[in-house]
Write a protein that binds this ligand. Structure first.
Ligand SMILES: *Cc1c(COP(=O)(O)O)cnc(C)c1O
Length: 386
C-alpha cells in the first residue's frame, strides 16, 4: 500500500514465465501489436506511436524531454511536488532553458500563474505538468492547461504515471501532445516498462528537429523503426515484462477501463472517510484528491517511522513516507492496481486503530471502519461519497 510498486495479480506474474521469444520473432510482433492496441485504448488515443519504453517512469520522463527539446528551447515546468521537480531537472539536463513555476506542495497548478508565465517567457516550446502528483496526492485537471498552452503555441508533456488506470486520462480529447506512464502503479504490472504516446504535434517536432536526440536509447526515431512495420532491431525488448504488461492490460480490458477507475475512486473514498473519522487530516484539498494515493497528515506528536515500522512488522502492511518537502509530515497510502481493494482499506484502518493509541493518540474503536463502510455503501448507492 505504498506509492508503487503495487501488488501484481498472479495471472500477470504467471505470464512472465512464458518461454522467451526473440525480439524479432513474428510471434513476438503479435504480442507487441496487442500491447500497443490496448495502450491506445487505455490512453483513449489514436496515436500511432503509443509504445512501452524499456524503462520505469523516469525513463519516460527522459524520453519525453530528450525527444521534444533541443538546446536552447524554452520549457516551463509546473512544480507542485517531487515529480514536477524531477521533470524540471530532466528538462534542464536536456539543454532546455527551463522555467520552473512553483506552486504550494499540496495544491494543484494555478492556471493564472501558468498563463502569466507563458506571456512572460514565450515563445515556449513545451509545458510539463504532472497529472497526479504522487508526492502530495494532488490532481491537476488537464484540459484547461492544455488549451492554455496550445493557445501560446506550446506543447504539453503530461506525466500520467500514477493517474493512468486510476483516473480518466483522455489523450486525444484533451489534446495532450506527449503522455507517459509506468507499469507498476494502476496498470497492475511489475515495474519495468513505461508506456508513452506522442501526438501529431509532437511527431512533427521530432520529425523536423535539426539536431540529433542526445539519447540513443530513447531516440524515438530509432524506437519507431522497431515498433512500426520495419521491425528493425534497436535494443533487445524486455520480453517477459512485455508479456506481463499484455496480461495486465487484458485484465484491465476484462474489468473495463471505467470500472477500473471507479474501483480506485470507491476504495480511495472509503480510505479517506476512515482516516478522517480517526481525526487524521488529508493533505490534498477536496476536489483535487487523487484516487491511487492518499496523503494523510501525520498527527502532532506521532513519529512517522515508528508507526510505519509497526505496520510493516506486526501487520505486513507497507505504506509510504513523505517525499521531499513532506518527509516526516505525511503518510502516502497507495491503493493502486491490484492493491486497490476494500480489504486493504479495512486492514490498514484496523491496524492504525490498534497502533496509534500506543503512541498516545486515542481513537474510538471501530469508528474508522464504520466510516469507511458507510462511504462504500454511499458510493454504491449513487457514486457520491459522504
Ligand atoms: C512513480 C512516479 C514517477 C517515476 O517512476 P519510476 O517508475 O519510479 O521511475 C514519475 N512520476 C510520477 C507522478 C510518479 O508517481
Amino acid at each position: 500500500m505504498g506509492p508503487g510498486p503495487s501488488s501484481v495479480n498472479p495471472r500477470v506474474l504467471k505470464a512472465m514465465t512464458l518461454p522467451i521469444l526473440g525480439h524479432l520473432d513474428p510471434q513476438f510482433f503479435k504480442v507487441m501489436d496487442e500491447v500497443c492496441e490496448m495502450l491506445r485504448e487505455v490512453l483513449h488515443t489514436q496515436n500511432h506511436i503509443t509504445v512501452p519504453l524499456s524503462s520505469t517512469g523516469t525513463g519516460a520522463m527522459e524520453a519525453a524531454c530528450a525527444n521534444m527539446l533541443e538546446r536552447g528551447d524554452k520549457m516551463i515546468v509546473c512544480r507542485n511536488g517531487f515529480f514536477g521537480d524531477r521533470l524540471g531537472d530532466i528538462a534542464e539536463r536536456c539543454g532546455a532553458e527551463t522555467f520552473i513555476l512553483d506552486f504550494v506542495w499540496g495544491e494543484p497548478v494555478d492556471l493564472q500563474v501558468l498563463s502569466d508565465a507563458l506571456d512572460q517567457y514565450g515563445p515556449v516550446k513545451a509545458v510539463g505538468v504532472v497529472h497526479a502528483e504522487t508526492s502530495t496526492g494532488v490532481l491537476t485537471p488537464m484540459p484547461d492547461i492544455v488549451e492554455l498552452a496550445h493557445r501560446h503555441g506550446a506543447l504539453v508533456i503530461a506525466d500520467a504515471v500514477t493517474s493512468l488506470g486510476g483516473h480518466d486520462v483522455r489523450m486525444d480529447d484533451w489534446d495532450i501532445d506527449v503522455c507517459y506512464s509506468a507499469t507498476q502503479k494502476c496498470l497492475g504490472a511489475p515495474p519495468g516498462l513505461a508506456p508513452i504516446s506522442f501526438g501529431p504535434r509532437a511527431m512533427e517536432v521530432i520529425n523536423n528537429r535539426p539536431s540529433k536526440v542526445q539519447s540513443f536509447y530513447f531516440n524515438l526515431k530509432g524506437l519507431e523503426s522497431y515498433w512500426n512495420q520495419t521491425r528493425a532491431y534497436h535494443h533487445t525488448s524486455p520480453i517477459s515484462m512485455t508479456y506481463a504488461l499484455r496480461e495486465s492490460l487484458r485484465m484491465m480490458m476484462e474489468e473495463g477501463i471505467d470500472n477500473r477507475i471507479r474501483r480506485h475512486a470507491r476504495v480511495a473514498g472509503a480510505l479517506r472517510a476512515g482516516l478522517e473519522a480517526m481525526g487524521i487530516d488529508l493533505m490534498a484539498p477536496e476536489g483535487y484528491r487523487i484516487n491511487p494515493l492518499t496523503t494523510a497528515l501525520i498527527p502532532e506528536g506521532i513519529e512517522d517511522t515508528a508507526v510505519r515500522g509497526r505496520l510493516l512488522s506486526d501487520f505486513d502492511i507497507e505504506i509510504g513516507g513523505g517525499l521531499g518537502q513532506v518527509r516526516g509530515k505525511a503518510w502516502r497510502i497507495g491503493l493502486m492496481g491490484e492493491s486497490a481493494k476494500e480489504s486493504n482499506v479495512f486492514a490498514l484502518l484496523s491496524a492504525l486503530e490498534q497502533i496509534l493509541p500506543d503512541f498516545g493518540y486515542e481513537v474510538a474503536s471501530g469508528a474508522s471502519l464504520s466510516a469507511a463502510q458507510r462511504a462504500l455503501v454511499s458510493y454504491d448507492d449513487g457514486g457520491v461519497l459522504p
